[in-house]
Design a protein around this ligand. Structure first.
Ligand code: CA
Length: 358
């Protein structure tokens, strides 16, 4: 009987050992699936940049490898100072923060203190930063990190696309090595700076055209997402029930933005920049449509517009004598996934849950 029991337990152990080895192997095999997504956050901080940055820094799905600063909402100098102070507030001085371009590629910079407050951060005076600026030039840092982790880096630009364009121009070999680009910018349904253009693209249309035409996978989170995902006082109240340095900072930024939106008759503040970060965390938050996007760089009324071809073809016009004749329709290849809808409540709940109590 004892021998039989011993034999049975030995068999059980062998069986169990095989089971545990199996579980271990499965865990090892699936590990990369659950590994945090490496991102480079390119930003012009900026109130909604603050929301986006804190969402990124408090989401375990993302591994922020670098923060590169671009001029846009504020000057390059002010943006860098804001980035340093916010990252310090989040106790993440381990992340390199690098300065980038000083101005757009071909046009004068347009700063937006009108919307973001005199210091770009809703006039909130954060404590001086404990973090130090990385000496590398932002676009060079992007190039270096992409080569160090080929096919692993997702670029998340939430400002004008100057730094990303400079990186591509300097080293086009990064294009096939970048995993994807998830950008906040553009619109296929009218602009927010004027009738046609969205602010990030409007601030450097030539750079945006470089980024859209580069040949890497682009997801465009434009006004179609942010304008639908309005953070209303309901979500702010939920956030204000908890406290922490990040929580309280973000609640104050949101209060400023909601009050500003109220002056324009809006019930809440559009979540522009956080939308790109949210999509990096969970792509199922949005519905996308593949299309070819070009950036208008010359129109009197449309400079900076992202022109999305929804039908996927263009007519082929051939000159016959004194006129053109349409001889067919040529397919155009999509170069971007344009977000056309968002699960706004799920996005806003995600945002609040990540910032709450931090
Ligand atoms: Ca921004």
């Amino acid at each position: 009987m004892k021998i039989a029991r011993f034999a049975w337990s030995a068999k059980f152990c062998r069986k169990n050992a095989a089971l545990w080895i199996g579980v271990l192997l499965l865990a090892l095999l699936t590990l990369p699936v659950f590994a945090a997504k490496k991102i480079i956050f390119d930003t012009d901080p900026g109130t909604d940049d603050a929301l986006a940055l804190m969402l990124a820094l408090n989401s375990p799905e993302l591994d922020v490898r670098a923060i590169t600063v671009v001029p846009g909402n504020v000057t390059a100098e002010m943006g860098l100072e804001n980035a340093l102070r916010m990252v310090s507030l989040a106790n993440r001085c381990d992340i390199p923060i690098a300065a980038g371009a000083k101005h757009p590629l071909f046009q004068k910079l347009i700063t937006a203190e009108f919307w973001h407050g005199k210091n770009g951060l809703a006039n909130i005076e954060l404590p001086p930063s404990k973090c130090k600026v990385d000496p590398r030039f932002g676009p060079d840092l992007i190039i270096q990190l992409v080569h160090e982790s080929p096919h692993e880096i997702t670029l998340v630009p939430v400002g004008p696309l100057t730094n990303i364009a400079l990186a591509v121009e300097k080293d086009p070999s990064i294009v096939p090595l970048v995993k994807e680009v998830i950008l906040m910018g553009g619109s296929i349904t009218g602009g927010n700076v004027n009738a046609s253009a969205e602010a990030n693209i409007y601030n450097d249309p030539e750079a945006a055209q470089v980024v859209f035409q580069a040949g890497w996978p682009v997801t465009m989170a434009g006004l179609e997402v942010g304008d639908k995902a309005m953070l209303t006082p309901k979500y702010l109240d939920e956030l204000k029930q908890a406290h922490g340095p990040i929580n309280d900072f973000i609640a104050t930024v949101l209060k400023y933005l909601i009050d500003l939106s109220a002056k324009f008759g809006e019930a809440g503040t559009p979540m522009y920049d956080p939308s790109a970060v949210a999509i990096a965390i969970d792509p199922t938050l949005v519905k996308t449509q593949a299309m070819h996007v070009d950036v208008e760089t010359r129109g009197d009324f449309t400079r900076g517009e992202t022109v999305g071809n929804r039908r996927g073809y263009i007519e082929r016009n051939v000159l016959h004598g004194d006129r053109y004749v349409i001889e067919g329709a040529d397919k155009v290849e999509p170069n971007a996934k344009v977000c056309v809808d968002v699960d706004a409540d799920r996005f806003l709940q995600l945002f609040v849950s990540r910032i709450r109590g931090k």
